[in-house]
Design a binder for this molecule. Structure first.
Ligand code: NOJ
Ligand code: CA
Length: 738
């Protein structure tokens, strides 16, 4: 890590309510802090002289004397409130500038610049002498701020309970919003695009069709972060949080009369929102701003606001391209569970003898099938094979709210864990572990150490975990403080075993992968699996929204690479027309570039890849870790074109996706000047259409250099993908790409 300059200027100011101003290093963003006459802290933000955030209040409500009357307190639903929303005086301010370049373990770029100006405001609420600091960091791409609670002179005040955080984001108008409903349980919604004022009317419809997830929508005008907004003047504003640790997840609630979003924290089982002990701080509240949508996608604000890597040795953390016994389960071709007998008889798990029952003919994780996938992975160069449904318990896992379902260690009789791992390793492949927790968190923590140790014994180094169903302990939510702590606990415990984690149904990421890079992926959004659900599906704009929203905090295990879009008739379930992937083949290929992740699945069935060898070649070739990334064109929910240079190689991949049909001009000026390259372009066929003709595509190759330019047509729900390598002397006769 290279520190270029650290300059700290501390200034002791006379107690005053006068505004403090902070500018971004390039001067485009200006933040002001001020106390109102009533002593309420407020901030504003402007970009190139244009107002972005109107005066917005900052503050909290605490539960009054939370730790008094210990015995009765917890059961008293309405405790008196201690307001932290006014009555503050300014004690002191300090400003600083920071500039460094750091290298992520994996990522979109080999180096990231972390350059900001900082203002620390020290406040005191005189009435009880409660000290509150607010730290603002202003970057060229946005603002981050957090509340800090220093050690309180009155020790009793150092323990406090948050009833609500009241951070306002006052918008200047009724902007276009790219949103999903504010929900304590899941993010698996399809993104909606509407005016802020229309959220209220649309929330019931948008809140439908969340397949395997619990739901708790908290307000008709509540939305989740990361929230993307666009003003009528073409300004892009993105609100999220960074470094969510030991605190509950922040949602936003809109007041449609004033266009003000206010923070809304996820409650715990008692209805409270944060159990705190000073010194401590909240996560960062972030506001990215730009007049260029590509710059929103390229922003590193969230990563920069997270702490540096916590691990000394990261040599065991490796990007992964994988296949798995998964899509066939989603399609209903095979089953996670081993037998139908226990369910019928209602026998309790843990008391079962699996060797005495008849297995289903289509239990997916059987020895022969796993070997077939290992062979396929070895033949085509994949790193890992995910196997779901390998362990006892699946007969009773869904929706039962049972404390003890899985032990994460006992394989079904037809899954020879030792032999299969040995077979995989002999072919240069690893198996990927799967831990569906059924959201019984206590049970998972109870078994975690043994489960991770067993992974070490057999040579697994990555786990896909999952949190389907309601959280146990009952009453806790997926996005509350309790679960936020659990997800991170699992990642840190995994690191002790040199294990990488890809958690599904977990809290949406907030950049913690910088600090804990073994958090190599998350789902935490609506992924490809929804295309197999006849009532749900995914419309083409969704994947062009994710990089502006869910991916702000970290990579997503979206599971792209479906090459057979219409799977009607493949399964015993009733076919419905909607049960298909609304995407052309080239759109699927491009997702490997537009949706950054160091963990990428080729999700389709091996036979579907064998039927489409030309398109499959791109999936085999595309990298998953990068030295350089450029966003060439973007508009939320409409299109994204990204170009990325492979880690350690002069080789590029370009991907473009679109919602509706459009022609995209591409200039290759990102290539090194004076060098010749060979490009292979995968483009939508002439009549391609995600609904009517998804499988039409053509592949053309030719020479390009940094002066080349193309116009590429993309179909409705379509896209294009390009792989680019340096030309050699053997390529001297290759014609220019047209
Ligand atoms: C939901 C996950 O998103 C999916 O990938 C997984 O297969 C199922 N849960 C079962 O764990
Ligand atoms: Ca899921």
């Amino acid at each position: 890590m290279k520190k270029l300059l650290i300059l700290v200027v501390a200034a002791l100011l006379a107690i005053s309510a006068s505004a403090q101003t902070l500018s971004s290093p390039d001067g485009n963003l200006v933040m002001t802090f001020a106390l109102t006459q009533k002593g309420t802290p407020t901030y504003t933000l402007s970009y190139k002289g244009q107002e972005v955030i109107r005066p917005s209040a900052l503050g909290f409500e605490f539960v009054d004397n939370a730790y008094e009357n210990y015995g009765t307190y917890y059961h008293t639903p309405k405790r008196p409130i201690y307001s932290m929303r006014e009555g503050f005086t300014l004690q002191e301010t300090a400003s600083a500038t920071f500039d460094e370049v750091w290298k992520p373990v994996w990522g979109e770029n080999a180096e990231i610049r972390n350059h900001y100006n900082e203002l620390l405001v020290k406040l005191c609420r005189k009435e009880r002498n409660f000290m509150l600091n607010i730290r603002f960091r202003l970057y060229n791409d946005g603002l981050g701020f957090r509340y800090e609670f220093p050690w309180q002179a009155n020790k009793k005040l150092s323990y406090f309970v948050i009833r609500e955080e009241y951070t306002e984001f006052a918008m200047t108008g009724d902007h276009t919003a790219y949103w999903i409903p504010g929900c304590y349980e899941t993010q698996e919604y399809e993104y909606a695009v509407s005016r802020m004022s229309e959220i209220d009317d649309r929330i019931v419809e948008v809140g439908k069709n969340v397949g395997n997830a619990m739901q708790k929508i908290f307000s008709p005008t509540g939305v989740q972060t990361s929230l993307q907004l666009k003003t009528d003047d073409g300004l892009y504003i993105n609100i999220h949080e960074a470094a969510l640790v030991d605190y509950s997840c922040m949602h936003l609630e809109l007041n449609p009369d004033t266009n003000v979003f206010t923070s809304h924290l996820t409650p715990d089982a008692l209805g409270y929102k944060g159990w705190m002990q000073a010194p401590c701080h909240t996560p960062w509240r972030t506001i990215e701003v730009s007049d260029d949508a590509c710059k929103i996608l390229a922003s590193n604000l969230i990563l920069n606001l997270n702490d540096p890597c916590a691990y000394e040795d990261t040599s065991w953390i490796k990007p992964i391209k994988y296949i798995g016994i998964w899509w066939e389960l989603m399609l209903g071709k095979s089953r996670w569970y081993y037998t139908a007998e226990f369910k019928k008889k209602g026998v309790k798990l843990g008391e079962n003898d699996y060797t005495k029952v008849t297995p289903l003919p289509n239990h997916g994780a059987n020895n022969a099938n796993v070997r077939r996938y290992i062979d396929f992975a070895a033949k085509h160069g994949f790193d890992q094979v995910l196997v779901e449904g390998w362990n006892e318990g699946w007969e009773d896992y869904y929706g039962c709210r049972k404390d003890y379902v899985f032990d994460f260690q006992t394989p079904y009789p037809d899954f020879d864990i030792k032999a299969l791992n040995e077979y995989a390793h002999s072919k240069g492949v690893r198996l990927m572990m799967h831990h569906e927790t059924s959201s019984s968190v206590r049970n998972y923590e109870r078994h975690m150490e043994r489960a991770y140790s067993m992974m070490n014994d057999y040579g697994y180094n990555a786990v896909k975990s999952g949190y389907v169903g309601g959280i146990i302990p009952n009453g806790e939510y997926h996005s509350g403080q309790y679960m936020v702590n659990h997800y991170l606990y699992a990642v840190k415990e995994a690191a002790k075993h040199r294990i990488m984690v890809n958690a599904h149904e977990a809290i949406r990421p907030t950049g913690l992968c910088r600090t804990y890079p073994n958090l190599i992926g998350n789902e935490s959004a609506r992924g490809m699996e929804y295309c197999t659900n006849e009532d749900a599906g995914i419309k083409p704009h969704h994947a062009a929204t994710l990089p502006f929203t869910r991916l702000k905090g970290g990579p997503m295990d979206y599971t792209p690479g479906i090459l057979n879009m219409k799977f009607a008739g493949q399964t015993p379930r009733k076919d419905k027309a909607r049960r298909c992937v609304r995407s052309t083949i080239c759109n699927q290929l491009a997702l490997y570039v537009t949706l950054f992740s160091p963990l990428q699945m080729a999700a389709d069935l091996p036979e579907n890849y064998e039927n489409q060898p030309a398109a499959f070649q791109f999936i085999k070739d595309v990298a998953v870790d990068w030295d350089e990334s450029r966003y060439l064109a973007a508009e939320p929910a409409e299109y994204i074109v990204a170009a990325r240079r492979t880690k350690g190689k002069n080789e590029w991949f370009v991907g473009g996706i679109t919602d509706n049909e459009r022609t995209m001009p591409i200039s290759f000026d990102f290539l090194e000047k004076g060098k010749n390259y060979i490009a292979t372009l995968y483009k939508d066929g002439k009549d391609a259409d995600c609904d009517n003709n998804p499988h039409a595509y053509t592949v053309v190759s030719g020479r390009i250099d940094s002066r080349s330019a193309l116009k590429i047509w993309m179909a409705h729900g379509g896209g294009f993908a390009i792989s680019i390598r340096e030309a050699t002397t053997a390529d001297s006769k290759v014609k220019p790409l047209k």
